[in-house]
Design a protein around this ligand. Structure first.
Ligand code: CP3
Length: 342
């Protein structure tokens, strides 16, 4: 049994002494030890070497004290396994030299055997579980099919993913074929992670908020729902859609164990939209971690008061920024640990 099971209990909706806390992208660049490894090994080497992935995954547990670990990896290992080349360019981010732009390109995309192509991730899960020694749960993750399509078609990060949207709206049939291939791969991938030992999974829909509410249902949510349906008999699923507050009502009846919320939606509004019963996760503005630690603590206390201590997981509304001082991240975590209801 896992010693600190606050996170898993919050996912089940149980009453807890205090809400659990972790941070999206917690295994990353704001940690000086991570930067040391980054000097020695390139990004995908870190992802593909189970010893390195394990070392990075446990860093925030020891150094910041979060109540859950999230496996160090990336959402873009999935398109790599599907025959879509992905590079990580320092200073630029993801770079796909041959983006998917036509029906013929979609035909070349494969649904791989995930054990063969992504076996290194399962090795990293097993090694990390051993290293964690049941202290805290381990979260596995994948990008949403829509968010993966955004990178596969656009070929790099973007402010509006205009090329990806143009592809969907001019060639919807090819777009849906691609989304289904990504969905099938993602389901097999997450099931393999569950088999390897993760305790919960999160689907990151980082670019869902680029779509109108109607297009969101058609090009994103429909596929996330398939993932939830396939995984929920086995494990708690968290669905995080950045900028997707408009879809929270539908998400609340999807079978997900928890929903991620960003900082543009107030806790009160998020509770109202989701009917007050489902566990919510979020929603501290990542830039607010620039505030002094004393102010961060006050704001976190207020955030917990507003969400309520039960059915709630303290987190940021998106990933932690690279230049946040470690002591500010620690203040964020400590505030949750010190929480006492009024
Ligand atoms: O949460 C964690 O700490 C676990 C590891 C993790 C990474 N990426 C490591 C990473 C997770 C959960 C991700 C998810 C991810 N990757 C998302 C969804 C969440 C989000 O932030 O929206 C997305 C969109 C990606 C794609 C991606 N990977 C981008 C856009 C970039 C470059 C920009 C950036 O943040 O640096 C990456 C690279 C990446 N993935 C880094 C890390 C630690 C930094 C690059 C490096 O270390 O060399």
């Amino acid at each position: 049994m896992i010693k600190n099971d606050l996170f898993l209990r919050a996912l089940k909706g149980e009453t807890v002494e205090r809400p659990p806390v972790w941070m999206m992208r917690q295994a990353g660049r704001y940690l000086p030890d991570f930067m040391k490894l980054k000097e020695k090994y390139d990004f995908f080497t870190r992802c593909r070497t189970p010893e390195l992935a394990t070392e990075i995954t446990v860093m925030p547990i020891h150094q910041v004290g979060t109540d859950a670990a999230i496996l160090f990896s990336d959402i873009l290992v999935v398109p790599q396994a599907m025959n879509i080349e992905v590079e990580m360019k320092p200073g630029l981010g993801p770079w796909l030299p041959h983006p998917v732009r036509s029906s013929a390109d979609v035909d070349k995309v494969i649904v791989p055997n995930v054990h063969e192509t992504l076996g290194y991730v399962m090795e990293a899960v097993k090694m990390t579980k051993k290293e964690l020694n049941d202290e805290v749960p381990l979260i596995g993750f994948a990008g949403s099919p829509w968010t993966i399509l955004c990178y596969a078609v656009q070929g790099q990060g973007s402010k509006n993913f205009d090329i990806a949207k143009k592809f969907c709206f001019t060639n919807p049939q090819a777009a849906h074929t691609l989304l289904q291939k990504i969905t099938d791969t993602t389901i097999a991938y997450l099931k393999a992670k569950v088999e390897a030992g993760v305790d919960a999974v999160q689907v990151f829909d980082s670019w869902g908020g680029m779509l109108s509410p109607e297009d969101y249902q058609e090009f994103s949510w429909k596929y996330i729902q398939q993932i939830i349906d396939a995984l929920k008999p086995e494990i708690p699923v968290i669905a995080f859609g950045k900028g997707c507050w408009f879809a929270l009502d539908k998400m609340a009846v999807s079978g997900a164990s928890a929903l991620g919320v960003d900082w543009t939606c107030s806790p009160h509004m998020a509770r109202k939209l989701t009917g007050g019963k489902i566990t919510l996760q979020g929603n501290f503005d990542p830039s607010r971690l620039y505030s002094p630690p004393s102010e961060i603590k006050k704001m976190v206390k207020q955030m917990i008061d507003e969400f309520g201590k039960d059915r709630y997981i303290v987190n940021l509304g998106h990933g932690i920024l690279p230049d946040i001082p470690v002591e500010n991240a620690i203040a964020f975590v400590e505030a949750a640990k010190e929480y006492k209801a009024r």
